[in-house]
Each structure stands twice: as structure tokens, then as C-alpha cells.
Design a protein around this ligand. Structure first.
Ligand SMILES: CC(C)(COP(=O)(O)OP(=O)(O)OC[C@H]1O[C@@H](n2cnc3c(N)ncnc32)[C@H](O)[C@@H]1OP(=O)(O)O)[C@@H](O)C(=O)NCCC(=O)NCCS
Length: 313
């Protein structure tokens, strides 16, 4: 019979243990199932970025599961309540505790609270990780959009092909007022609203973020893309573009600004032309993810780029 769990908010004093747990859990799972543990590196220190970003962005919302008897940390679960929905992720448990219901115990109260608030719950789940997919599927999540994770080592001399035509209209912004503009654009095109995330990226105090915007000749937004430049998470997203041409322009500019690095980004599998364009830049498939939800998924238009930091299915 599994030991009783003590579920409580993850405290700053738990960040070191949470970083160790995330690293060990991911390395163990991906190494034992897929022989891919090396992709998470051999140090846990970079994983401190996750609890630190989440503590700054959603203070008090991350959940820690401790063994009630020993006090050992057995699992963590990060939760991001938003105006239109609740985002969930990362969820991880120690290798020794896996299969004992720890993840289910952490996620269940989040679902109950979202249900009471009348909000859908969203996440992106790896399709290579059946334990994760099954956990969410059993809890009632339903996949709605398929993404391919692409990785690209950007040559130090820049991307090998000329920029797409609209790339000249992509620019960096650090203007705090753009948080509301970008959030309104995402609400219009994807039906979700998360202005605090964009205010957080533009404030740029925890992590290392760049926010790219694409505007038409009249200054109206055609898309945006956030890039994480922190060495612990070199990744593009979140972002939304009105069409594949706008998405290609944003991606090209954000990637070209990461010379010598190997960012990962998620592209909707349905955006076939965009995917082909990414291949011409040298992108390789490294994983598949499904955006999943419990509750209403509003009709979405355009191209969305989800990310894992912060989880943004
Ligand atoms: C994914 C992960 C969090 C699951 O944690 P866990 O504590 O082992 O999960 P639980 O024991 O609470 O629940 C697993 C559920 O999936 C079910 N399950 C597992 N494999 C299954 C399968 N192949 N088919 C159907 N159900 C399956 C279990 O029966 C259980 O459901 P139940 O509670 O209804 O019986 C854990 O494997 C982990 O930390 N992996 C490494 C980190 C990671 O990849 N996290 C996900 C990325 S965000």
C-alpha cells in the first residue's frame, strides 16, 4: 500500500529539490524507455529555471507531493491559471514513485478547481511518452492539435536561405504596452487570453526572453513569437501568426538571432508548407506533442507555437 502523500504548494525552499527531481525523472524516463536520457544533460542545476520562472509567474500555484512519512519530495506539478483557461505542466514524479498514483493525486485537485471555476484545462503532452499521455487521457484530456517538435542548429553564419519576404517587417519589442496588444491578438486568433505571461516576458527579469512582433504596413499585428534564450531552455514560443507566411517570417527572424544555438520549436503538423520550409533551413524532427484539453477548446485560427516554459497548450 503506497505511503500517504502530503500535497502542498511548492515553496522556494523546495526549488533545489524540484530541480533535482525534474532532471532525474526526465533522464530516467527517457533513458529507460527510449535511450534518450542524454538530451537532458548531466546537471540538474539548469532545471532550477522551471520552478524559478513558475514562482515568478504564478506564485503559490505549483504543487509539491511529499511522502508524509519521510518528507521526501515525490512529485511536482506546475499550474498556470489564466482568464480563459488553466494550463498544466510540467508534471513529474521520482522514478521510485512512478505508477503509484502520485501524478494523479497532484492533478486531480487542479481539475476539480478548474471545473468549479468553469474553466477548461489545457496542456501539451508528448506522444513519445505513453505514461504521460495515459495519465492525461485517463483523467479525461482529449487531444485536439498535433505538433511536431523541430530542432535546428543555427549556423554561426546565419540561416542558409534568404529570409521570407515578410521577415523585414519582424521586429523586437521591449515595450510593456505590447503585452496587452499581443494578448488581444491571441484571444482573437486562438480564443485564449494570458496577458500576464506577455507582461512577464517583456519585463524579462527571470529567464531570458525576446518578444518578436510582425506588423503590416499600417502597424497592425500579424503575429508574435517569444524566444527563450536562457541556456537551460533554448526554445521558441509561445507565439501566434495569422497564416503560414507570417509564421515563417517570425520563425526565420527568431532563429537567425540564435546563431550557434540549437533551439527547439513546435509547429502544427497541419501547417505543411511551414514544416517543409523549416526542413529547408535544416530543422529535424525530434518529438511529437499533442495539445490536449478538458472542456471547451475555442475555435482557433492561424498558426500557434506552444511551448513548455511556461506550458502553453
Ligand atoms: C508521466 C509521469 C508524471 C506519470 O507519473 P505517475 O506518478 O507514474 O502517474 P500515476 O501513477 O499517478 O498515474 C499514471 C496513470 O496512467 C495509467 N497508465 C500508465 N500507462 C498506461 C497505459 N499504457 N495505458 C493506460 N493507462 C496507463 C496508470 O494506470 C495510471 O492511471 P490510473 O491512476 O487511472 O490507474 C511520470 O512517468 C514521470 O514523471 N515521467 C517523467 C517526466 C515526464 O515525462 N513528465 C511528463 C512530461 S510533462
Amino acid at each position: 500500500m503506497p505511503a500517504p502523500l502530503d500535497l502542498r504548494p511548492l515553496a522556494p525552499a523546495d526549488h533545489e529539490a524540484a530541480a533535482r527531481l525534474l532532471h532525474r525523472s526526465l533522464v530516467h524516463w527517457y533513458q529507460s524507455r527510449l535511450g534518450q536520457g542524454a538530451r537532458f544533460g548531466d546537471r540538474h542545476e539548469p532545471f532550477r529555471l522551471f520552478p524559478e520562472v513558475y514562482a515568478a509567474l504564478d506564485p503559490g500555484h505549483a504543487i509539491a507531493a511529499h511522502d508524509a512519512a519521510s518528507g521526501n519530495l515525490l512529485g511536482v506539478c506546475f499550474v498556470h491559471p489564466r482568464r480563459t483557461h488553466v494550463s498544466l505542466g510540467i508534471v513529474a514524479t521520482t522514478p521510485e514513485a512512478q505508477g503509484r498514483g502520485v501524478a494523479r493525486a497532484m492533478v486531480t485537485p487542479v481539475l476539480a478547481q478548474a471545473s468549479r471555476a468553469g474553466l477548461p484545462v489545457r496542456l501539451v503532452s508528448s506522444l513519445l511518452n505513453l505514461d504521460s499521455f495515459s495519465l492525461y487521457s485517463r483523467l479525461g484530456f482529449v487531444p485536439h492539435t498535433l505538433y511536431q517538435d523541430l530542432a535546428l542548429t543555427v549556423p554561426v553564419t546565419g540561416l542558409p536561405t534568404p529570409p521570407p519576404p515578410a521577415a523585414a517587417r519582424v521586429r523586437l519589442t521591449t515595450n510593456p504596452a505590447d503585452a496587452a496588444r499581443v494578448a488581444a491578438f491571441e484571444l482573437e486568433w486562438q480564443g485564449i487570453h494570458r496577458e500576464p505571461d506577455y507582461a512577464f516576458f517583456l519585463h524579462n527579469q527571470v529567464g531570458a526572453w525576446r518578444v518578436w512582433v510582425l506588423e503590416d504596413a499600417g502597424g497592425a499585428l500579424e503575429g508574435f513569437l517569444v524566444a527563450s534564450h536562457h541556456p537551460a531552455c533554448v526554445m521558441l514560443g509561445p507565439g501566434v501568426a495569422r497564416d503560414e507566411a507570417a509564421a515563417a517570417a517570425l520563425l526565420w527572424r527568431a532563429l537567425d538571432a540564435m546563431r550557434g544555438a540549437s533551439p527547439v520549436f513546435l509547429v502544427p503538423c497541419a501547417a505543411a508548407q511551414l514544416v517543409r520550409q523549416c526542413y529547408t533551413w535544416g530543422a529535424r524532427n525530434v518529438e511529437l506533442h499533442a495539445a490536449q484539453a478538458i472542456g471547451l477548446v475555442p475555435p482557433a485560427r492561424g498558426v500557434a507555437f506552444p511551448t513548455f516554459l511556461p506550458e502553453s497548450g
